[in-house]
Design a protein around this ligand. Structure first.
Ligand code: THU
Length: 162
């Protein structure tokens, strides 16, 4: 029997204890994501998520989760922000994206990891512009930064497969 080589995924990320440890533009993104979470439409989950997207041209767009009585019709904060940014500046790559969440008006302690569908969308943007962007997952007690969104979704599906 042939011996199969064992392979593994491994990617770097940074962990911070306070928002002040981030770069200035990232601090601003986290602040804006937190602020945006306050305007979420989340009557069903009551989990308010905000996202802020920094484009390469310096423009910043924010979004929040928009829920629906037909649950799957809602959309996550990250995609609302990203689609909004892209609708305004379709040719401009994304530089950084921050996400934060609050419950009962308090930022949650743990960093919010984007869902799988949002990760899939992030990858489309990185591929589209051939440019990775960083994802900052912010919590009040811990912040995680990943330099390339595609690292968050191993074995991802891309347009090359079509
Ligand atoms: N949600 C987001 O907006 N972003 C995430 O990263 C995780 C989940 C939303 C979807 C839904 O409105 C609520 O949070 C609970 O899942």
């Amino acid at each position: 029997m042939t011996k199969q080589e064992e392979k593994s995924f491994n990617f770097p990320y940074k962990e911070y204890r306070s928002v002040n440890e981030l770069e200035k533009d990232e601090q601003e993104l986290v602040r804006l994501a937190g602020e945006a979470s306050a305007n979420a439409y989340s009557p069903y989950s009551k989990f308010n998520v905000g996202a802020a997207v920094l484009l390469e041209n310096g423009e910043i767009f924010t979004g929040n989760n928009q829920e629906n009585a037909a649950y799957p019709s809602g959309l996550c904060a990250e995609r609302v922000a990203l689609f909004y940014a892209s609708s305004q500046f379709p040719g401009v790559p994304v530089k950084k994206l921050a996400v934060a969440a609050s419950k009962n008006k308090r930022m949650i302690e743990a960093p919010v990891p984007p869902c799988g569908s949002c990760r899939q969308v992030f990858i489309e943007w990185e591929k589209r512009f051939n440019k990775p962007f960083s994802v900052i997952m912010a919590g009040s007690k811990k912040i995680i930064k990943v330099e390339k969104a595609m690292w968050l979704l191993p074995f991802n599906f891309q347009s090359d497969y079509l």
